[in-house]
Structure formats: structure tokens, C-alpha cells
Design a protein around this ligand. Structure first.
Ligand code: PMP
Ligand code: GLN
Length: 386
């Protein structure tokens, strides 16, 4: 009998490896300072590490409940009540997921049916579009323009149709480092109040917001939160992106549908890590309360060090990313410039055009400042020579 080597007909034919993996690999290959993929080059809190070891030693090594370890869901409810004046129901509204990535995927899969339209704002994080596509949804993108990247609400209104099912927003925003204000939520609510449209709010950088008014969460909007899924991640907050523990908060009826997907995607999340994070939230809440100041110092250090470079620095209101314009240095497009920068200048960065469907002709790159002072100084020294 002849054996056939089957090659799958790709469901995602246009996709390759993510820009984050590509740039980190290129950085490693050329021994460049890696300011591309967003992750800290320092360790998470000692207490968190100790609690992980403790829970492993105590035998908390079997499956966690599908919805998340109870102490963690309780701590999340507490933190949410403190910050956004809304206490989600521990049993029915909070679901712990394998990073924010899983929550985003589960939410999109639960809500989007073939032919449904989903609105997102470009530049947009790379995991949204493939999830929409796999669900048969149609992505409608609104292109935000630098340097402010503000939403044009009349353009948004014009994109709404009877097919619109979901709006995906992200604040603080990766990669533009801008944040939504309360007025943005008011405008969003005004536009969708009468329509059967859900909101998926990616708030993984909720604790890295430099706006004096603080992070504006969808959960703080009494009407929007009744149809919203707010997604967050502990990877950014506790400097351990590799633990991949995140969560989502949504009304019970929406959570029930998200959980049906989560149940068969991962079922449950690393037990000792959940318990360690619960201890951390309860016993060292100052960690997340002090995070804006912690990252603002790093942001300002990088800005000061680049003051004498030929890069033009854009405002940074949140996240651990800084955008810089390199038009005084090179005519290359941003992808080519990032490759050149890694190979020739020894600093890896992320181009912005890869987050956009339409041509993005701006000469902007993203630098990650979740790095030790010495790393930032060394990178800035190289960048100042260009
Ligand atoms: N959303 C955004 C905007 C992100 O930047 C990231 C990762 N850095 C994620 C989601 C995914 O988070 P996680 O690593 O917890 O899956
Ligand atoms: N979210 C991270 C970034 O923006 C990368 C995460 C990943 O590599 N998938 O750099």
C-alpha cells in the first residue's frame, strides 16, 4: 500500500513565526542587547519564588480547579475591588488562564461565529487576528496614527454594522505606549450601547500606567463591564513572563462560555504558581502599587540616556515600551532598520509596521525598558553613536 505524506492545508496560510521570536533569535545570533521581545532581564520578587517552592514542597502539585485556585480568585477579586471599585464574583466571574494569551483566545472563540465582524485598533497585538480568523470572524481594523494614536470615534461609528459582534481594545497599549482615558470608554459606550456588541479589553499592563489619573479599566465603567471581558496577566506585574498565569473577568453568562473553551484548551493552570501568586497579592500588595514608579524610573533613565542621540522620542504613558523615531538616522523601512540595528549596532528592537494590516510608513521602532540599568545604559551608548 502506498503511504501518503499528508501536508495540511493551512488554516493560517499567511502566518509565520512571530516578530518577537524572530527578533530575539536574531539578537542572540548577533550577541545584540535585546530590547525587542517584552520581558524583564531581572528576576521576580524573592517572596514569590519562596512561595512557589513552598507550595511545591507542600504537595500542591495536582490539578487546580478548572476556574482557578480559590485563593487566587479571591485575591483577584480583592485587587479589582480596590482598584476599579467593582468586586467580581469569585465563583462565577473570574477565570484563571494560561497567560493572557489563553484568555484572549478563549474569549474570541467563545464569542465570535463565522461571518461576525470584530473591530480592533491597529497597531494591534499579534494574537488577536489569528484567533478571529480561526473562528471564521472578519477583522475590521481602525488605523491609529502616531504620535498620539487616539481613536477617531466617528471612524469607529462608521465601521459598526449589524454584523459587529466584538470590539478588542488594549490599554496601556502595546506597542504605542499610549493609554485610554475615561472619555474613550464613554465614547465607546455611546457608540455600542444599543447594539449586541461585546468588548474584549486587554489590560495586561494595568499596573504599568504612568497617567496621573491611573489606569482606566473597562471594569470601572458600570455599563460596559456588563458586556466586557477584561484580561490581565501576572507575567508583566511580577516580572515572570515565563510563568504564563493570567486571568479574565466577565459577567457570569459570558464567563460560562469562556470557561467552556478554557476547559478543553488547558483545563486548568499550574497549581503552585497560582497559590504563590495569591500569597504575593495578599501579603505584598505594595509590589503592584509601586510598579508605576518602578517602571517610570526605568523609562526616564532610557529617555535621559537617549537625549543626545538622533532618535526622536515619543511620549510613553504606559507599558514597558518606548517608541523612537529613527528618520534622522536612516531611510530604511522599519523591519529592515531593526535587522540592521541588531546586526550592525548590536541593539535589537521591534518594528511597528508588523502590528498593522495597512502600510505603516512611519519610521518608528519599539524599545523594551524592562531591563537593568546597566543593560539600558549599554544599549543607549550604542544608540547614541548612530
Ligand atoms: N496582550 C498584550 C498586549 C501583550 O503585550 C502580551 C504579552 N506581552 C499578551 C497579551 C500576552 O500575555 P501573556 O504572556 O500573559 O500570555
Ligand atoms: N507580548 C510580548 C511583546 O510584546 C511578547 C510575547 C511573545 O513573545 N509572544 O514583546
Amino acid at each position: 500500500m502506498t503511504q501518503h505524506n499528508l501536508i495540511p492545508d493551512s488554516k493560517l496560510p499567511a502566518l509565520g513565526t512571530t516578530i518577537f521570536s524572530q527578533m530575539s533569535a536574531l539578537a542572540q545570533q548577533h550577541n545584540a542587547i535585546n530590547l525587542s521581545q517584552g520581558f524583564p532581564d531581572f528576576n521576580g520578587p524573592d517572596y514569590l519564588q519562596q512561595r512557589l517552592a513552598y507550595h511545591v514542597s507542600q504537595g500542591a502539585n495536582q490539578y487546580a480547579p478548572m476556574t482557578g485556585a480559590l485563593p487566587l480568585r479571591e485575591a483577584i477579586a480583592e485587587k479589582t475591588a480596590e482598584l476599579y471599585d467593582y468586586r467580581p464574583d469569585v465563583e462565577r466571574e473570574i477565570t484563571v488562564t494560561a497567560g493572557a494569551t489563553e484568555a484572549l483566545y478563549a474569549a474570541i472563540t467563545a464569542l465570535v461565529r463565522p461571518g461576525d465582524e470584530v473591530i480592533c485598533f491597529d497597531p494591534s497585538y499579534d494574537s488577536y487576528a489569528p484567533a478571529v480568523e480561526l473562528s471564521g470572524g472578519v477583522l475590521k481594523r481602525i488605523a491609529l496614527q502616531p504620535p498620539t494614536f487616539r481613536v477617531d470615534w466617528s471612524a469607529f461609528g462608521a465601521l459598526l454594522s449589524e454584523k459587529t459582534r466584538l470590539v478588542i481594545l488594549n490599554t496601556p497599549h502595546n506597542p504605542s505606549a499610549t493609554v485610554w482615558r475615561r472619555e474613550d470608554y464613554a465614547a465607546l459606550w455611546q457608540a455600542i450601547a444599543g447594539l449586541p456588541v461585546y468588548v474584549l479589553s486587554d489590560e495586561v499592563y494595568e499596573h504599568i500606567c504612568f497617567d496621573p489619573a491611573g489606569h482606566a479599566s473597562v471594569l470601572a465603567h458600570p455599563e460596559l463591564r456588563q458586556r466586557a471581558i477584561a484580561v490581565s496577566s501576572f507575567g508583566k506585574t511580577f516580572h515572570m513572563t515565563g510563568w504564563k498565569v493570567g486571568y479574565c473577568i466577565a459577567p457570569a453568562a459570558i464567563s460560562a462560555e469562556v470557561r467552556k473553551v478554557h476547559q478543553y484548551l488547558t483545563f486548568s493552570v499550574n497549581t503552585p504558581a497560582q497559590l504563590a501568586i495569591a500569597d504575593m497579592l495578599r501579603h505584598q500588595p505594595e509590589h503592584y502599587r509601586e510598579l508605576p514608579a518602578f517602571y517610570q524610573a526605568r523609562r526616564d533613565q532610557l529617555i535621559a540616556a537617549l537625549q543626545h542621540s538622533r532618535f526622536r522620542i515619543l511620549p510613553c504613558e504606559g507599558t514597558y515600551f518606548l517608541l523612537v523615531d529613527y528618520s534622522a538616522i536612516s531611510d530604511l523601512d522599519d523591519v529592515s532598520f531593526c535587522q540592521w540595528l541588531t546586526k550592525e549596532a548590536g541593539v535589537a528592537a521591534i518594528p511597528l509596521s508588523v502590528f498593522c494590516a495597512d502600510p505603516f510608513p512611519h519610521k518608528l521602532i519599539r524599545l523594551c525598558f524592562a531591563k537593568q540599568q546597566a543593560t539600558l545604559d549599554a544599549a543607549a551608548e550604542r544608540l547614541c553613536q548612530l
